[in-house]
Design a protein. Structure first.
Length: 449
């Protein structure tokens, strides 16, 4: 470690000599300054908090000290990322983006990304950012070529010129691969480098290849005409027998275009067709992921466009997820707020409990539903609570809340059951729940006094 510190201090010798020559600092102050620099360099050599490096990098950027900023990125990745944060690649993305956008060195940016990929070839975010970096470079080359060839004299060039140059670079790719005199720029503009990266990523990916392919398709789709050929090729791959999955239907649903009406909100061209497509997708692949995507689309339509059909579809998807045992506690809460019909609520909660009988939260929601519908039906509510206490796991989260709901009801409508419910809570549950319920019991007694 000391040799690296001494090397950096030697690089600052001209600065120390200049300070001494102009007599800006006294010899004693210069010695103290050198010691402070040494101490700072030693601290940088040691693995430390990532925030310190980020502060240093931000300072160097603000001062336009780009060479030292590039070195700081390198030292941070070598000293921190590899030792403390082996899976934190955010700094690597920043470094690659800095080398390309500020220093205009695409080769250095590629080396940074390739080094990260060698470190963890299964990390999907590395591959996606690598593809995005290459596409940014292609976009810049196309704009520059349009200006140099006289097809465009302003920045950025129009979409028609972008499409003309991109088509020229990407047509007959199979023939151009064997052409004599081809240059590296031909491979870049033809997106063959991007295709190579994508193919290597799919080979290195152990699982979820379709999900990675969908992310690549989304990335290329954002670049519009520049990557139009590659976008279509990735979309076709998603529907091939090798990669067909939920992601194939998700991609198809995302191809439905938006139509803008002046400065008004955006609307789908045909919302009914989209719902029909998603219904078909869920019938073809009745999985949680597919229904979750349908749920997300309906929620966006309802909150953004106030589409009444979206509300009904949203409720249907919640019903499917909860009744099949995929529903989370938040899903149950949303369904409870959305549905007012007691019988429909009870039906959904009964189905959910059949698939997950040990979930205290589901029993609590059903208990609340029964109490809200008819709190005077003491026998039915008591039997439901007895069944819930037998089925729920002792360690299940929400058990204490279920007891609180039952005790609140008993305090108002069945006073004789209050002591019995407290006894169960304190003697038949885990110590954590028992302690919490004892505190509740003391509060009840204080309230009665």
């Amino acid at each position: 470690m000391s040799e690296f510190v001494e090397e950096d201090i030697e690089g600052l010798l001209p600065v120390f000599e200049s300070l001494k020559a102009v007599q800006l600092l006294s010899p004693t102050e210069i010695d103290a300054f050198v010691k402070h620099c040494q101490s700072f360099e030693y601290r940088l050599q040691k693995p430390g908090p990532l925030e310190i490096w980020l502060d240093l990098i931000e300072f160097l950027k603000n001062e336009k000290m780009y060479i030292r900023c590039s070195k700081a990125y390198f030292r941070a990745m070598q000293g921190i990322i590899f030792q403390i944060f082996p899976r934190n690649f955010s700094l690597r993305f920043q470094a690659a983006r800095f080398e390309y956008s500020v220093e205009h060195r695409i080769e250095c940016a590629r080396c940074i990304m390739q080094e990260g990929i060698r470190l963890d070839p299964t990390e999907s975010t590395l591959w996606i950012n690598f593809v995005q970096l290459e596409l940014d470079y292609v976009k810049w080359l196309i704009t520059r070529k349009s200006i140099l060839t006289g097809k465009g004299y302003h920045f950025p060039c129009t979409e028609e010129k972008e499409l003309e140059i991109a088509n020229e670079a990407q047509r007959s790719l199979e023939l151009k691969v064997e052409a004599k005199g081809k240059t590296e720029q031909d491979a870049v503009l033809g997106l063959r480098i991007v295709e190579t990266i994508i193919n290597q990523a799919l080979e290195c990916c152990v699982s979820e290849k379709s999900e990675m392919l969908l992310n690549f398709w989304r990335t290329t789709k954002r670049y519009g005409l520049v990557a139009n050929h590659l976008t279509q090729k990735l979309y076709d791959m998603l529907w091939s027998s090798k990669y067909k999955s939920e992601e194939s239907w998700i991609a198809r649903s995302e191809t439905m275009n938006y139509v803008g009406l002046g400065e008004q909100s955006l609307f789908f061209q045909d919302q009914v067709s989209l719902y029909e497509l998603l219904d078909k997708a869920c019938a073809d692949m009745p999985t949680e992921k597919m229904h979750r995507h349908y749920l997300t689309v309906c929620h966006r339509h309802y909150t953004t466009y106030r589409d009444p059909d979206a509300e009904e579809k949203y409720r249907e998807q919640l019903f499917w997820l909860i009744s099949r045992g995929y529903g989370t506690n938040m899903d149950v809460i949303k369904f409870n707020r959305l549905v007012e019909n007691f019988e429909e609520k009870e039906k959904v909660l009964d189905e959910a409990i059949k698939n997950n009988p040990g979930n205290a939260f589901l029993w609590m929601m059903l208990l609340q539903c029964k109490i809200k519908f008819n709190p005077m039906d003491v026998e039915t509510i008591r039997k439901l609570f007895d069944k819930a206490t037998r089925e729920v796991y002792d360690e299940n989260h929400g058990l204490a809340d279920m007891y609180k709901v039952a005790i609140d009801w008993a305090h108002q409508y069945s006073e004789n059951d209050v002591d019995e419910f407290f006894k169960r809570a304190t003697f038949r549950t885990t110590p954590e729940v028992a302690c919490e319920m004892r505190c509740v019991r003391l509060k009840y007694q204080n309230f009665l006094l």
